[in-house]
Design a binder for this molecule. Structure first.
Ligand code: NAD
Length: 496
């Protein structure tokens, strides 16, 4: 059984003690390794390594930094299937989906390759007589990334390509459930000739997270995970004086108006509801059927969902297992709670016959109709293959439902009415909106982030927000010709 530990000073580091946690293949239920959970001393060692590497990396030319990024991009593109296999082995998502995850992360690396352009400042000549002003963007120092289990490669890649390109050094604390992709990425950086200490990995749990939040050497924290932990990370990190962006959980609604193409909407609901077994922060978990479309729509969704093959992600299944047995059972409990609260079970995944080992953490696609807003299947983020259908009479009812929800990550509207679409994207209180697009994940050159309890802080991930988050601006005022010899004057300087 393999031991999965840290990456420090450009090489593997076993750590000096601390506890361990099992790592499981969700498709077999077999424990395949154990991950070392860092103690405070090892977390400090990772932070110190990042601090030591910072001055030289900050002063490394943009040309050199960009060359390393391009090399990393080439290596990642060549070997993305290798990384995808590691993701499937510890997360469970099917291989095609894991390759998709890596590809979306790769897009952020490609965006960061344009860092010389992204860091360009401004210059103003003669702001006052023979006085010029320019602005520059400078890196912050060592920064921390704390990531969730559901995208062990893509989510860290939302942040570290831009952080590193901008001249920061990074300490990544991945999820303890699927820790191996982080070390694979660290080795790839070394192969791309990133100097030792610029990218460091510390495996761990709350002990490591608390040290990253409290240690004054760490200047910024990018967190992605569930809402309670996001709130905690934001509060503790900002109390320690850091810049924090903390992306939290979600409950994404897909509204279907009666004029929509119902086949398109049904395909979208199934793909977005059951892709990655519903373990995506942009998964659709609630279909809001408006007016007369509901019966036909539910029929079409159920027909399609019944054809999904659940099984081992390496064997060509459509949908893999859930990440742990505990999570599988937790999601199954929600289905039972919905049923006993009066929801109609249209499709029940609890008895699924999966194409995989009997000890895999299987749960098939499940559809609950006539879900009411006070049922736990509606109020809570389930994070599994469970699609709830809520029926409402009008567009206004659907909008009110979404805007009253405490989460605001993603949403979608299906319609052929341009006016309704225009109203929706203008009025809905959600950070990422799709019109006839069920998972509206923005491209790397736009920013990714939700509203309300789906994000704490004011910077979204990647795009312009990412560059702003990982840099601070400095404005420099200069006078070289005819320096003033006006003698002493304690008045506030005025421009002439
Ligand atoms: P999680 O909150 O359990 O864990 C996220 C990270 O926090 C992990 O690295 C974990 O080790 C650490 N952590 C867990 N408990 C902690 C504690 N008590 N103190 C300090 N650190 C702690 O989330 P998860 O189960 O790994 O991921 C699923 C969640 O992430 C879902 O809620 C999902 O919606 C959310 N998510 C959100 C986005 C987004 O962009 N908004 C993207 C992906 C996932």
């Amino acid at each position: 059984m393999q031991t999965i530990a840290h990456w420090l000073d450009g090489k593997a580091f076993a750590g000096t003690g601390g506890t361990t946690a099992p790592v499981t293949n969700p498709a077999t239920g077999v424990v395949t390794g154990e991950v070392t959970l860092a103690n405070v001393a090892d977390t400090r060692a990772a932070i110190d390594s990042a601090a030591k590497a910072f001055p030289a990396w900050r002063d490394t030319s943009l040309t050199r930094r960009t060359q390393i990024l391009f090399r990393f991009r080439e290596l990642l593109n060549e070997r993305k299937e290798e990384l995808a296999r590691l993701i499937t082995a510890e997360h469970g998502k099917v291989l095609a989906d894991a390759i998709g995850e890596v590809s979306r992360g790769l897009e952020v690396v490609e965006f960061a390759c344009g860092i010389p352009h992204l860091l360009q400042g401004g210059y103003t000549e003669n702001a006052s007589t023979k006085v010029d002003i320019f602005s520059i963007r400078q890196p912050l120092g060592p920064v921390a990334i704390i990531s969730p289990f559901n995208f062990p490669a893509m989510v860290p890649m939302w942040f570290f390509p831009i952080a590193i390109a901008a001249g920061n050094t990074v300490v990544l604390k991945p999820s303890e459930k699927d820790p191996s992709p982080s070390l694979w990425l660290a080795r790839l950086w070394a192969e791309a000739e990133l100097p030792a200490g610029v990218f460091t990995v510390v495996q761990g749990d709350q002990v490591a997270v608390d040290e990253l939040l409290d240690n004054p050497v760490v200047k910024a924290v990018s967190f992605v995970g569930s809402t309670p932990i996001a709130r905690y990370v934001y509060q503790r990190g900002t109390a320690a004086g850091k810049r924090v962006q903390a992306l939290g959980g979600a409950k994404n609604h897909m509204v279907v108006l009666p004029d929509a193409d119902l086949d398109l909407a049904a395909d979208a609901a199934v793909n977005a509801g059951f892709g990655s077994a519903g373990e995506r922060c942009m998964a659709i978990s609630v279909v809001v059927a408006v007016g007369g479309a509901a019966d036909e729509l539910v029929g079409k969704i159920a027909e399609r969902a019944a054809t999904i093959k659940t099984g081992d992600g390496t064997r060509g299944a459509d949908m893999g297992p859930l990440v742990t047995r505990a999570h599988r059972d937790h999601v199954a409990d929600y289905i039972a709670a919905g049923e006993s609260a009066g929801a109609t079970v249209i499709l029940d995944g609890r008895g699924v016959e999966a194409d995989g080992a009997t000890d895999g953490f299987w749960l098939g696609p499940t559809i609950l109709d006539n879900v009411a807003t006070d049922m736990s299947v509606y109020t809570d983020e389930i994070f599994g293959p469970v699609l709830s259908v809520v029926r409402v009479d009008t567009y206004d009812d659907a909008l009110a439902l979404i805007n009253a929800n405490p989460y605001g990550n993603g949403t979608a509207l299906f319609t052929n009415d341009g006016g309704a679409a225009r109203r929706f994207h203008n009025e809905v209180e959600v950070g990422m909106v799709g019109i006839n697009v069920p998972i509206p994940v923005p491209m790397s050159y736009y920013s990714f982030g939700g509203w309300k309890n789906s994000l704490f802080g004011d910077a979204h991930a990647h795009g312009a927000d990412g560059v702003r988050f990982f840099t601070r601006t400095k404005a420099v005022t200069t006078r070289w010709l005819d320096p003033s010899h006006g003698g002493l004057n304690l008045g506030f300087p005025q421009n002439r």
